[in-house]
Design a binder for this molecule. Sequence first.
Ligand code: FAD
Length: 508
Amino acid sequence: MADKTAKRGKLVVVGGGIAGVSCTEQLASQFPSEEIVLLTAAPLIKAVTNFKQVSKTLEDFDVEEQPCSIIEKKYPNVKVIQSVVKQLQAKEHKLQTENGKELHYEKLCICSGGRPKLFIRDSPHVLGIRDTDSAQELQKRLSKAKRIVVIGNGGIALELVYEVEGCEVIWAVKDKAIGNTFFDAGAAQFLIPCMDTDKPERATPYKRTRYTTDRAAPTCAPSAEHGKPNQNPDSAEKLGSALGPDWHEGMKLRGAQEVSRRVHVEYQCEVLKVYTAEEFLNSQHESQESSQCGLYPSSETGLWPVYIKLTNGKTYGCDFIVSATGVTPNTEPFLQGNDFAVAEDSGLKVDDHMRTSEPDVYAAGDVCTTGWDPSPLWQQMRLWTQARQMGWFAARCMAADLLDEPVELDFCFELFSHITKFFNYKVVLLGKFNAQGLGQDHELLVRCTKGKEYVKVVLRQGRMVGAVLIGETDLEETFENLMLNQMDLSAYGDELLNPNIDIEDYFD
Ligand code: FAD
């Protein structure tokens, strides 16, 4: 694309996760003669690789951790600075970094992601998983563990419970079924048998290059202009990018027991209290009744390092607890002294141009909350697909505003679509896949073949508005079209999911 701009102030992006890197790359190709600055806390950045447009809205890609030099080589006009942003002075268009530097911008995009929403802060026994460092910490602790408790019912908990071997897992979920963020009870029933079977051996070894955050070999060079690299390695560690799609591949998540997999689910409960071993003993002495200590015997010493009491009255001792209860947007350094509209979920509110309420400040990815009236078939979920789409779209909006050109909300925000893997099954989610926000005004059609596939369709007034496809169903493209064109399907009734009808031919 032609670079239509005269030399101007800096375009700055904060955050080297999927959103920030996608934004930077798009800005770099739209303004090849401008310097684009990517400021990021972590020593490695996240790049999207092997991007495939599977259908009109479904996309599939890998996420690779890379040294900053790779993006700088690919786009010579990109400069990556490893430094933590400490403060934003939006009126002055200035950023202050932790190592005392000041950076002026003309337009800024905040892509600082989120951090695990821990149900308890600062407990050495509770671990949140967000980035490579926390995943490695999990692996290290797991190698000595006989029992862990996992709290949460989203994608991370689902993956973790399936991946951990050689360790008992007590999984506490607040809902009636597992995987409530993505599935209904029917889909959960389809997946539950997988927790009692051995994991299939991986056919192909992990192929992609992995980089480590070895401090002896810094991966993002500091610029002379901006001084030393981040001087507080601690804060950089806390601010790593969210892991990519295959974070657990090539990473042995094995505990200290001989068992393959042993998962016990506690439904409809939350955490009431966490005790150290000593506190637990004291509480037992104080109360006359002894707590119900779960299903399994305690450790050989009779005491576990930590105990967790659930709201269903059960108490479990374990080696450590994993808190996988979602993320909180990383907004702190940007809020003080500024006038940002902040959403209920603590994200920076953005309009349909990815603009925050502060002039010339945009936001994308996990840190933002969409404030526009969404299409009836789309909702925001903090997922890597949306991080990529928002980062890319924010760059297009920044460019359009700079060039005084119009820009329409991108087509990717028309229909929610997500492709992933759970329990080794391909999973495709489309539209209002869990009838989100539809109340009673919908009907469901389900087709299920045990161990093979689970297909659920959400219909409203005879039109398809959502679908969950588990397994190799090959239905995603047809269903996506039916949702996008909102064809009236009332006449087809249950035949819509008749396995003997080739639905693709039917609606061709
Ligand atoms: P991040 O990737 O969090 O990047 C934020 C960046 O900002 C980082 O580089 C950080 O260093 C930098 N930063 C933060 N604060 C500052 C500061 N003050 N100064 C400078 N830099 C700063 N999504 C899916 O779609 N499917 C899944 O199966 C899935 N599984 C997941 C499993 C795990 C364990 C986790 C943690 C997440 C998972 N996600 C999944 C979510 C997905 O990874 C995120 O939605 C996505 O990566 C968010 O990208 P982002 O660029 O907005 O933020």
